[in-house]
Write a protein that binds this ligand. Structure first.
Ligand code: PGA
Length: 240
C-alpha cells in the first residue's frame, strides 16, 4: 500500500486522476472502474479534462461502474449510474470503447449480476479500480463481514450505509440492498486507487492501513494488494 496524504481535496483529486490516467497509459485496452459518491466528483472532473485535452487516450479502454442501489438505474437521481453518466460519460469528448453501467432497477437482478461478471470476464481483469471508502469501511457495497472471495453480488446494506445514504436521497428512497463488484474482482485489478476526504473518514483510513485485515473493515483487504495507492486529504489521513 502506498499512502499519499495530500494537502487538500483538490490535490487529492488531481493526484488520484493522474494515477488513474497513468494506469490507463500502461494498459490502454483495459477495463476501468470509478466509484460514485461525493468524494470522486473532482477526481472525475480532472480525469475528464485529461481525456478531453488528449493527456490520456481511453478509446481502447472499457468502463464498468462499481456498484448500484438495488431499485435504481442510471435514470434515477442519486444513483451511481447517473453520477457516472452525468459527471463522466456525458462529458467525454471521445468515449470509452464500451461501457457497462449497472442497472439496479433490472427486473431480473440476478441476470444483471451475471452480466457484470460476464463483462468483467470479457474485458477484464480491471486495470484501474478507483474506490471510495464508506463510513463502515465498505468498498463499493462490499459491506462488513463480506466474503473476500466473492465476485459481483447482491447484498443487504449495513445499518451505517443506510444512515449515510440519506445524504443522497433524503427521505425519498430507502434502499435495503446493493449490487456491487466483489472483493475478488477488485483484488484482481492491476492498480487500485482508494480516495478519502474529510475527518469523518480518518478512523476508517487508520483501520484500513494500520489495522488487521478483517472482513469487519472490508477496505483492510487492500493491504494484500500488490499495487494499491491510497490518496487522502490531511483530514482523512490525520490518524495515520
Ligand atoms: P462518499 O461515499 O464518497 O459519498 O463519502 C463513499 C462510499 O460510500 O464508498
Amino acid at each position: 500500500m502506498k499512502v499519499i496524504i495530500c494537502k487538500n481535496y483538490q490535490e487529492m483529486s488531481l493526484k488520484a486522476a493522474e494515477a488513474a490516467a497513468e494506469g490507463i497509459r500502461e494498459n490502454p485496452a483495459g477495463l476501468v472502474s470509478f466509484p460514485g459518491g461525493d468524494t470522486p466528483l473532482l477526481m472525475v472532473r480532472n480525469f475528464t479534462q485529461m481525456v478531453n485535452t488528449g493527456a490520456v487516450d481511453i478509446s481502447r479502454a472499457y468502463y464498468i461502474s462499481l456498484d448500484e442501489w438495488v431499485g435504481l438505474s442510471d435514470a434515477d437521481e442519486g444513483s451511481c449510474g447517473r453520477f457516472n453518466r452525468e459527471q463522466l460519460l456525458d462529458r467525454l469528448e471521445s468515449p470509452f470503447a464500451g461501457v457497462h453501467l449497472i442497472n439496479g432497477a433490472a427486473v431480473d437482478i440476478e441476470k444483471e449480476r451475471e452480466s457484470m461478471d460476464a463483462y468483467i470476464n470479457a474485458h477484464g481483469p480491471l486495470t484501474v479500480s478507483v474506490l471510495g471508502i464508506g463510513m463502515n469501511g465498505h468498498l463499493g457495497f462490499n459491506e462488513a463481514g463480506v466474503d473476500f472471495g466473492l465476485n459481483a453480488h447482491i447484498t443487504m446494506l449495513d445499518e451505517t450505509t443506510r444512515k449515510v445514504m440519506k445524504k443522497y436521497f433524503g427521505e425519498k428512497f430507502h434502499p435495503t440492498q446493493g449490487i456491487t463488484q466483489g472483493v475478488a474482482q477488485i483484488m484482481a485489478a492491476k492498480k487500485v486507487i482508494l480516495i478519502a476526504s474529510g475527518a469523518h473518514k480518518a478512523d476508517m483510513i487508520r483501520r484500513t492501513v494500520r489495522g488487521p485485515v478483517t472482513g469487519k473493515v472490508p477496505a483492510s483487504v487492500l493491504q494484500r494488494h500488490p499495487n494499491c495507492y491510497i490518496f487522502t486529504d490531511l483530514e482523512a489521513g490525520a490518524k495515520l
